[in-house]
Design a protein around this ligand. Sequence first.
Ligand SMILES: C[S@@+](CC[C@H](N)C(=O)[O-])C[C@H]1O[C@@H](n2cnc3c(N)ncnc32)[C@H](O)[C@@H]1O
Ligand code: SF4
Length: 346
Amino acid sequence: MQKQPLLGLTLSELQSVVKNLGMPGFAARQIASWLYDKKVTSIDEMTNLSLKHREYLKDAYEVGAAAPVDAMRSIDGTVKYLYQAGEGHFVEAVYIPDEDRATLCVSSQVGCKMNCKFCMTGKQGFTANLTANQIINQISSLPERDKLTNVVMMGMGEPLDNLDEVLKALEIMTASYGYSWSPKRITLSSVGLRKGLQRFIEESDCHLAVSLHTPVPLQRRELMPAEKAFSITEIVELLRNYDFSKQRRLSFEYIVFKGVNDSLLYAKELLKLLRGLDCRINLIRFHAIPGVGLEGADMETMTTLRDYLTSHGLFTTIRASRGEDIFAACGMLSTAKQEENKQELI
Ligand SMILES: C[S@@+](CC[C@H](N)C(=O)[O-])C[C@H]1O[C@@H](n2cnc3c(N)ncnc32)[C@H](O)[C@@H]1O
Ligand code: SF4
C-alpha cells in the first residue's frame, strides 16, 4: 500500500490522523513540530511519540520529504532546483539569494492550463496539480531552507487554479504550528481567475501580484487567453473592494515586450486603469523562449517607462533579472528533463 505523506498536512488534518489512529489529541501538535520546526525526514525521529504510536503511524504514513533530483547554478548565485512530481514529471523551484534576502520561487502545478503566449510552462500544457506536500517539500527539502527570507508563488503553474492545495501550503508557512512566517514574506502571483481571486484575498493575508502585461484588454487576450474568462478591467474592479494600503501589498507584473506594450501610450492606459488603486508596478525583462515571436524591450525603454509611471504617481520598479545563464524563465529546465526522460523511455 502506498504510504501517505505527513508533510504538507495542516494541523486540523493531523488532528484527524491522530484521532483515527487512537493517539492522544496533543500528538497532532507534536507531529507538526517534528515536521515543520525540526524538519525530520523519518517517523522514527519523532521520539516524543510512544514507540507503539510511531509504529501505527508508519503503517500508513511516511514523512514524505524528497530532495531535489537536479540543480543548475548560475554565476550570480541563483540555483534552479528540479523536484520530481509524479512519474516522469518535474517542477522547478528557484533559489535567489540577494544582499539582505533569499527568495524561493515555488511551483504550484506541473505545467499550466493558461497557455500564455510568452511562457514556457504554458507551452508544456497541463499535467497535474501539486499537492500541499509537493508545494511544502520545495521549501522543506531545499538545501538553503534555513537562509530563506521570502517565498514567491511564481514558479510553474497558476496558483489560483490549484487554490485548495496552495491555501493549505500558505497556512503551513504562516501558522504558529508551521513555519510561523509573516504573510508579508510571501507573494502569490496570478493571471487573475474569476473563481479564486476573491477567495485568495479573503482567506489569506499574503501579498498579491497580478500578471498584467498590457492594459489593453484586446491585446491581453492575444498574450494571455485567461483574459477571455476574466478581464483585467473586472479584475481591477474586484481589487478596488479591498484595502491594500496597509500591510498587504498589491503589485502588477508587466513584461516589457519590444514594440508591443513598451510605448508611453501604454503607460497612459496603465495610469487610467489603475487610478486610485494602492499598488505598484514591477517591470519585468522578457526571457526569450524558443519559437515565440516576441522580444524584450531594451533597458533604456524600460527606464523611460518606469520614470514616466513613477513621476505620474504609480510607483514602478524594474525587476532585476537573475540566473539568465541557467534559463531562469520558469519551465525551461523541467521541459528539458521531461524530454530527456521521454527519450530514455523510447
Ligand atoms: C510563471 S508565472 C507563475 C504565476 C502565475 N501563473 C502568473 O502567471 O502570474 C510568474 C511570472 O512569470 C512571468 N513570465 C512567464 N514567462 C516569462 C518569460 N518568458 N519571461 C519573463 N517573465 C515570464 C509571468 O507573466 C508571471 O508574471
Ligand atoms: S505565465 Fe503563469 S498563467 Fe501564464 S502559462 Fe505561465 S505559469 Fe501559466
